[in-house]
Ligand binder design. Structure first.
Ligand code: SF4
Length: 331
């Protein structure tokens, strides 16, 4: 029996950090065992916010792909491709734009939120408003059964389902309604205690060499009430402990929590152990990544081959779409 198909993507904003690894990539690597996987670097989505200066996107595609390959995404088992290399995404996006009411897009929660957050840019563009519509096209052009996402993306998938229902109602059953495959959320704070993010300059990157990762963790924010080594602390409010929960075995977590509450350990001891476990977890990535990063041509070969495979599937879907819409004209 054919395995269910999933699709997910990442924007090429630069090298990936621990938040990307624990929030998505790690899960994708596991999903390869049970799903027919399509993973895409969504470069057109980067243009929705970075249209004024897109120069970095090409290099960022290589950075993301190097991280993917080093983390264990396997081009022999998954289709790894670049969105813009499959122009069918754009055609389907256009056709979907004909049937999608504008208020459906305006009510997506991230629309207004992001406009406020990125107030230094003019995001009153159609491209930005249409972002979830392009995302819908990305998913359904492969007739994906499900989409692995975090909690914040659930309204987008709900919108995709609504658009599919409308399309199928108008033209017949072309697309399956994609389901949400919720990724368990782990809190991965950055070194300043806020959510790890490239734009906060608080990220530990997969490409950071071990000594750089150690340097970043050493001054990391802890329980602010623990001013002195002799003060007992509270691991429940400490971002370092959140990272322990993501990377350290149970025994180390217990050692850290007990030592923190009793002031039996210092924060530097605690961070040192955390870094050891984190680096153990990253060892394979650190070993593999330089090879890919040093050979961008090989990375592009892999992405080109993945994009070719993706186009075969997307092309067949578009024939189905044009036929259903009665716009398949003689060639
Ligand atoms: S001992 Fe560890 S958990 Fe406690 S405040 Fe320091 S870094 Fe945080």
């Amino acid at each position: 029996m054919a395995r269910p198909r999933i699709l997910s993507g990442m924007r090429p904003t630069g090298p990936l950090h621990l938040g990307n690894l624990m929030g998505a990539l790690d899960n994708w690597v596991r999903l390869q065992d049970s799903y027919d996987c399509f993973f895409t670097i969504v470069d057109w989505h980067s243009l929705t916010t970075d249209y004024a200066d897109p120069r970095a996107i090409g290099q960022n595609i290589v950075e993301v792909a190097a991280d993917w390959l080093a983390a264990g995404l396997d081009p022999a088992r998954s289709v790894l491709f670049v969105q813009s290399q499959v122009p069918e995404h754009a055609e389907l996006h256009l056709l979907l734009s004909m049937v999608t009411p504008v208020p459906w897009l305006e009510r997506v929660p991230t629309y207004k939120e992001q406009q406020q957050q990125l107030a230094d840019r003019d995001l009153s563009t159609y491209g930005f408003l249409g972002y979830p519509l392009l995302q819908t096209a990305d998913i359904i052009v492969y007739k994906a059964d499900a989409v692995p996402v975090g909690e914040d993306q659930v309204p987008h998938i709900e919108l995709s389902r609504e658009i599919v229902r409308r399309f199928n109602h108008l033209y017949g059953p072309v697309f399956p309604e994609p389901k949400t495959l919720l990724t368990e959320a782990k809190r991965i704070p950055g070194t300043d205690g806020r959510k790890m993010s490239k734009s906060y300059h608080n990220a530990i990157y997969l490409k950071d060499p071990p000594e750089v990762a150690r340097e970043k963790i050493r001054p990391m924010v802890t329980d602010p009430a623990r001013m002195r080594r002799t003060d007992p602390g509270n691991p429940d409010v400490c971002p370092v402990f959140d990272l322990h929960k993501a990377f350290s075995p149970q025994a180390t977590q217990e050692w850290s929590a007990a030592g923190c509450r009793s002031a039996g350990i210092g924060c530097l001891d605690c961070k040192g152990r955390l870094t050891d476990h984190m680096l153990e977890r990253l060892a394979t990535i650190h070993a593999r990544r330089p090879e890919f990063a040093a050979r961008p041509d090989t990375v592009w070969d892999i992405l080109r081959e993945g994009s070719r495979k993706a186009r075969e599937v997307a092309g067949a879907t578009m024939e189905h779409v044009r036929a259903a819409m009665k716009i398949a004209y003689p060639k």
